[in-house]
Design a protein around this ligand. Structure first.
Ligand SMILES: [Zn+2]
Length: 204
């Protein structure tokens, strides 16, 4: 493996600037809410590893009741290449093999490493949908504001991404799989995947 392809705790804070609602987040809260989400992911990884000592990420997915489906597709829609999709209802993760192969090459990863990394990321989303509660709800902003009236509230999706980064990184650190190379590719962020968890969101 070359440099670890997901951002670290500090670089993850940038995810907030990509959130559709980022303008509604108080600037003074950025660091605090980002680090809290990161720590949530770190703890989830440590807890999961403690319960599943020595198991592969694929085995953990199976034990969680997840269906992992591989499609040999380079899933490009418009200008975006999708690597994976998670469906909370049917507990299913789809990995797009041809897309992942390209991503692995671009990041000097083996295909196996790339698969495991993307799978671990999606497993975090599964855990937050089923056990942990959605990390996005750790911080909410008003949906509509008219004068002094604030109506409705919405979570921040980027917080779920930050937690998933913390989860994947910790999982790899704790398993002793982290590469020796110095530094991180701060621009190599896994953005292009989809989570279909609206059914879960409606319950919260
Ligand atoms: Zn994600």
């Amino acid at each position: 493996m070359g440099a670890f392809p997901f951002p670290d705790r500090i670089a993850s804070r940038e995810e907030l600037s990509r959130d559709l609602l980022y303008r509604k987040i108080s600037r003074e809260d950025w660091e605090k809410i980002s680090d809290r989400a990161w720590d949530t992911g770190v703890k989830a990884a440590k807890d999961l590893l403690q319960q599943n000592n020595g198991k592969s990420i694929e085995q953990i997915a199976l034990d969680e009741g997840l269906v992992v489906e591989h499609k040999d597709v380079d899933n490009v829609a418009g200008n975006v290449r999708y690597f994976s999709e998670y469906y909370s209802g049917p507990k299913k993760i789809i990995l797009y093999d041809a897309s992942i192969k390209k991503w692995s090459k671009a990041n000097s990863l083996t295909v196996k490493e790339a698969n495991e990394l993307i799978l671990s990321h999606e497993i975090y989303h599964h855990l937050e949908c089923t056990k942990l509660g959605l990390t996005s709800k750790q911080y909410t902003v008003p949906t509509i504001q008219i004068g002094k009236f604030k109506i409705g509230k919405s979570g921040i999706r980027a917080l779920s991404e930050i937690a998933a980064h913390g989860f994947s990184r910790t999982f790899y650190e704790e398993c002793g799989l982290m590469p020796d190379s110095k530094g991180n590719k701060k621009d190599a962020i896994l953005q292009n995947h989809k989570e279909h968890d609206t059914d879960i969101q409606a319950e919260h």
